[in-house]
Design a protein around this ligand. Sequence first.
Ligand SMILES: Nc1nc2c(c(=O)[nH]1)N[C@H]1C(S)=C(S)[C@@H](COP(=O)(O)O)O[C@H]1N2
Ligand SMILES: [Mo]
Length: 367
Amino acid sequence: MPHLPQEPLNREPDIAHLTSTFLTPTKAAYDRNHGLQPHLDASTHRVRVDGAVKTTLELSIADLQNDFAQHEVVCALQCAGNRRHTMRTKIKEVQGIDWSDAAVMNCKWRGPRLSDILERAGITLTAEEQETAHVAFACYAAPCQEDTWYGSSTPLSRALRRDADIILALEMNDEPLTVGHGYPVRVVTPGIAGARAVKWLDRITVQTRESDNFYMQHDYKVLPEDAVDAESAKPYWHTVPPVQEMPVNSTIVSPAQGSTVERDADGCMTIEGYALPSGDNGPVVKVEVSADGGESWTDAELLHHKGEGKWSWKLWRAKLALPAGSTRTIYSRATDAAGNTQPKQSQWNLRGVCYNGYGEAADLTIK
Ligand SMILES: Nc1nc2c(c(=O)[nH]1)N[C@H]1C(S)=C(S)[C@@H](COP(=O)(O)O)O[C@H]1N2
Ligand SMILES: [Mo]
């Protein structure tokens, strides 16, 4: 008998391994679970579509596969807590799993579009109501640490947009989903925080308000800086919106922080990393690196890969000519198609989410 985990599985791959391929192999993808993973039977599983709809639907996996056009999307899917370690070490301690820079995956997903399913069900809300309505996603199959179920929601206006590419994924990297990543069906929300990408999906509800699940209302929010503990955070949970779109970002994978780098014969060193666009403002159009604290910047080469698109990450490589020395720091900075660019540091917040300050490799010895 395999050992069954008693604790939720939360795991981040080695970053150099993660960025060695454009498409993240399923085995190399990070795992984030707020509870134990349910093992569901695909032959009996149903996704119920209800709420403010003309027709309530009970869709089997076969229905999702056969009754709707299948759509493929390659996108970055990241935990909103990705790079939390940088926030807590560079600015101030935060609460949450100590994610480094690898709580992100760039995979190929396939399944029906959410917009097609909502169209089949038919929305009953008025145009005005639709402006502020949400589509809630839920998994009631397994309890979580902070709630009896897992749920999230995303604005209906976005869910109805075909070009938002939100899908109910049945496949990840050309294979049925694995149990860990949501078998038999999960939501994939390109450009939106991973927390909204509900795994083991069993219910979709069109409603006039946000999901009231704990992870939507009391977690994954960028609280203001004066929320410094549970008590001072209390008044803000009701006023600060849940994280949806993720900010533009980049990180340096190589050289690793604190490492010793041998320059090439021409006196240059190579710097590599990944970059992510903000929300639906992809792709990343520029990555720059700086070895003088951000005074001057050198363009990195953006690498091209089959399957890339506005939602995917960009792997990049730069060459810098540098004198030998120690305690050197290199920064990276990405800009996306809408011109959003990374700040030197981003706002500290209690839960350590959405950190997108410059990518940084500090304490380098250059030989
Ligand atoms: N049902 C369910 N869905 C979930 C979660 C969860 O705990 N339960 N975690 C969410 C969070 S916070 C993230 S970041 C992503 C992680 O997806 P992964 O485990 O496939 O990496 O799934 C999301 N969907
Ligand atoms: Mo997450």
